[in-house]
Design a protein around this ligand. Structure first.
Ligand SMILES: [Zn+2]
Length: 410
């Protein structure tokens, strides 16, 4: 296939001696499905109720203080709450004290984030934290790191004991926090862990990735990742369910049941997509030292219909994952400007084909090279990414230097 990418990299940089970024501390989160017994699920419901109650109580207190023109001291608010437990809210004692405490911490954070966002961008569409209602969302409750532990398939929760987890905690390291949450009638525990960055040894070579809507990803190695068939199937099912829901009478028992069905399927699709994306990004990040992708401006797409398809395909999410996983694996993500004509250029001779239509999956260049559209694009992304890396000083030789060297040696 003409000039191999490896040769080309050799020519401009003499190997990949780029400086790897150093990350000492990584926070990772793992969401684990819980299998509570009925009385344990009842405890979760009560704890989620306490969390909503504490949140609402503290929000109310915050508003009172603000209205009276008083300074808000969150430690004071917490103290006031605690002082009332025995006399006024004895039910708070039935569950872990984290449920109330963490809810008040969450509220403080939410208010802080609100004002910070407004400060940075006064036009930002953010809503001030609101009261929490059972009818809207069951929610969940937080657990401080010293108040719970995991051991194999068990999560130990205060005043409850061991709850079965569908899988083991995936990460090794210090547990930072936990959160039990309801979604579509099921309970999940999300554990955040502080991990050491692995700084994987033995990573080598580079790869370009072309993302698309019809074919999820094409790697410059020729490897292809199709959008999963089961995801497509579920999406079709979802449409049918939603149509069914629209026909159900408001307020009816039947409608309530359908709603749960729709929510379950939503959850399932989101899990399937997340699983697919994680497998893909981990495979790529653990195999290559440099990963080159197009810098998709997804916010610019927001108003268009394409945006939804991109979102559904999970392309933006994949790039986000590549971004943080590369730092954890010690590989590097290089973005290429989205105006770079990755599809139109022939990666062999560099000629530009402006006649190329979106529907052309294959084309033949004037130089005789026969191209698969996506594969050619991924090869161009890889070469351009490496060129940019060279220019940014990661590989001792800039493109200009490279050219000069090539001329000297020619
Ligand atoms: Zn050509």
């Amino acid at each position: 296939m003409g000039l191999a990418v490896d040769e080309w990299i050799e020519e401009i940089g003499g190997g990949l001696n780029f400086k790897r970024p150093k990350f000492l501390r990584m926070i990772k989160a793992h969401k684990i499905r819980l299998n509570p017994r009925p009385e344990q699920a009842a405890y979760f419901m009560r704890a989620a109720g306490v969390a909503r109650f504490a949140w609402n109580w503290a929000l109310n207190r915050y508003k009172e203080l603000k209205a009276a023109g008083q300074e808000v001291d969150w430690n004071e608010i917490k103290k006031e709450f605690r002082a009332k437990i025995d006399a006024e809210f004895p039910f708070v004692r039935e569950v872990t004290k984290c449920a109330a405490e963490e809810a008040i911490n969450d509220l403080r954070k939410a208010i802080h984030v609100y004002y910070e966002t407004k400060k940075r961008n006064p036009k930002a569409k953010v809503k001030f934290p609101d009261y929490r209602k059972r009818s809207k969302k069951i929610g969940g409750f937080g657990l401080a790191n010293d108040k719970f532990s995991v051991d194999g398939h068990n999560a130990r929760i205060p005043k409850l004991g061991d709850v079965n987890m569908a899988e083991r905690l995936r990460f090794d390291g210090r547990i930072m926090s936990g959160r039990v949450k309801e979604r579509a009638g099921r309970w999940y525990l999300t554990v955040t862990v502080e991990c050491e960055s692995q700084g994987m040894a033995g990573l080598s070579g580079s790869v370009g990735i072309d993302f698309g809507l019809s074919r999820f990803a094409t790697l410059s190695t020729g490897e292809v990742y199709e959008t999963q068939a089961n995801l497509r199937k579920s999406a079709g099912k979802l449409k049918a369910l939603q149509r069914g829901l629209a026909r159900k009478k408001r307020g009816s028992n039947n409608r309530r049941k359908w709603k749960l069905k729709v929510a379950r399927l939503h959850e399932r699709i989101s899990n399937q997509r997340s699983d697919f994306l994680h497998k893909f990004t981990t495979a790529v990040c653990s195999a290559f030292a440099v990963i080159c992708v197009e810098d998709l401006n997804l916010s610019g797409l927001c108003q268009t219909r394409l945006a939804k398809s991109f979102h559904d395909a999970g392309i933006g999410e994949a790039v986000n994952q590549l971004e943080y996983k590369t730092s954890s694996f010690g590989s590097l993500l290089q973005k290429v400007d989205r105006f770079f004509a990755s599809s139109r250029l022939c990666h062999v001779c560099g000629a530009r084909n402006d006649q190329l239509k979106l529907s052309d999956r294959e084309w033949v260049c004037a130089c005789g090279a026969h191209h698969d559209r996506d594969l050619n694009a991924s090869l161009n992304l890889e070469m351009e990414g490496i060129r940019l890396l060279a220019g940014s000083g990661y590989i001792g030789v800039t493109p200009v230097d490279g050219k000069a060297l090539a001329q000297v040696s020619a």
